[in-house]
Design a protein around this ligand. Structure first.
Ligand SMILES: [Zn+2]
Length: 333
């Protein structure tokens, strides 16, 4: 499905089979000599065919296409190695480009997950279902790095790169100031809350993400073009809703502590997840691993705010509350 958004700017709906996100929105800026495709879909036949069909019907040949990746996730980057030609430029932040070319080592990820209390069976199940392994970009890519405030001019449009880390460490949006449109990747979505998860030590993705929400709300935006689901107009209202979601989650987390220190996995099992299950035990194993990394991002945020503390004991991270009275305002969101 192709939709024209503005003259020369189109969105293509790329199906994501067996994925709750349902489809990816790939955006195409058609230029005279070169065109820009923003995000591609997974490295699988259904995505490939939909993207090629879309470009064909816009009379755009692959030889004239450059790519911009909002971030490294496989549903955004997977097809690039397959579609690039000798003349293709691939724009991406240096942080996410590095992860595409040197993915996190499974062994390292597993060790950290185990120390957060995620059982190995959960992680094995998670590993098997990982689309980045099956459908991610294959082989190393030669990137053109973009950073905050860089501009990409095409077909009379001026797109400004806005660095918005959080969903991934190098996530980028594209902003067109004259038409006030924001190509948002997975930074802000309607209907679903972008995933913010922690997979490594010494990072604070939720802090980055909330700061990136504040940063983007400074821009005047009339239309948000997200990576998934529908486009929307009321960006600031959506930002307020997403921030409320995280604030509620942080407060909920602070309620689950009892006297005994808990692993992130145990904490995740005590909070309510927006999944179609009534009981933690019914949640599929891979989803439990995901939920734990999301809970962990929130715990790290609370720890930096000095509201919880953690200790490393016998190979496990254990968290406990610092017992401080907390009002909503103290979270300062
Ligand atoms: Zn993503």
């Amino acid at each position: 499905m192709i939709t024209q958004i503005l003259p020369g700017i189109y969105s293509l709906r790329i199906p994501l089979p067996n994925n709750p996100l349902k489809y990816l929105n790939s955006y195409v800026i058609k230029g005279d000599s070169r065109s820009l495709v923003i995000d591609t879909g997974l490295n699988r036949r259904e995505c490939h065919d939909a993207l090629i069909r879309g470009l064909d019907s816009l009379s755009i040949s692959l030889g004239s296409v450059d790519f911009f990746l909002t971030h490294m996730h496989p549903d955004h980057s997977g097809l690039v190695p397959e579609l690039k030609t000798e003349t293709t430029s691939i724009y991406c932040s240096v942080e996410d480009a590095e992860i595409i070319n040197t993915p996190l080592e499974w062994g390292k990820m597993l060790d950290y997950a185990l120390s957060c209390g995620i059982p190995e069976t959960e992680m094995q199940q998670f590993g098997r279902g990982q689309q980045s392994i099956k459908y991610g970009p294959k082989g190393k890519l030669d990137f053109t790095y973009v950073k905050d405030k860089d501009e990409i001019n095409i077909n009379g449009y001026k797109f400004v790169c806005i660095s918005t880390p959080g969903h991934t460490r190098g996530h980028m949006c594209l902003y067109e100031p004259e038409h006030r449109i924001l190509i948002a990747g997975d930074h802000i979505l309607q209907e679903i809350t972008p995933n913010v998860a922690q997979w490594e030590e010494n990072t604070n993705p939720l802090k980055q993400y909330l700061e990136s929400l504040d940063k983007i709300s400074e821009y005047s935006v009339d239309l948000v073009l997200p990576g998934h689901r529908i486009s929307f107009h009321n960006m600031r209202q959506r930002i307020t809703e997403i921030k409320k979601h995280h604030k509620d989650r942080l407060l909920e987390l602070l309620q689950v502590f009892n006297t005994k220190p808990l692993t992130p996995y145990q904490i995740a099992s005590k909070i309510k997840w927006d999944l179609n299950y009534t009981d933690w035990e019914e949640i599929p194993l891979a989803q439990k691993a995901f939920a734990t990394t999301e809970a962990l991002a929130h715990l790290t945020y609370l720890q930096e705010k000095d509201l919880v503390e953690s200790e490393y004991k016998q190979g496990m991270y254990l968290y406990s509350s610092k017992g401080k009275f907390l009002s909503v305002n103290q979270l300062n969101l």
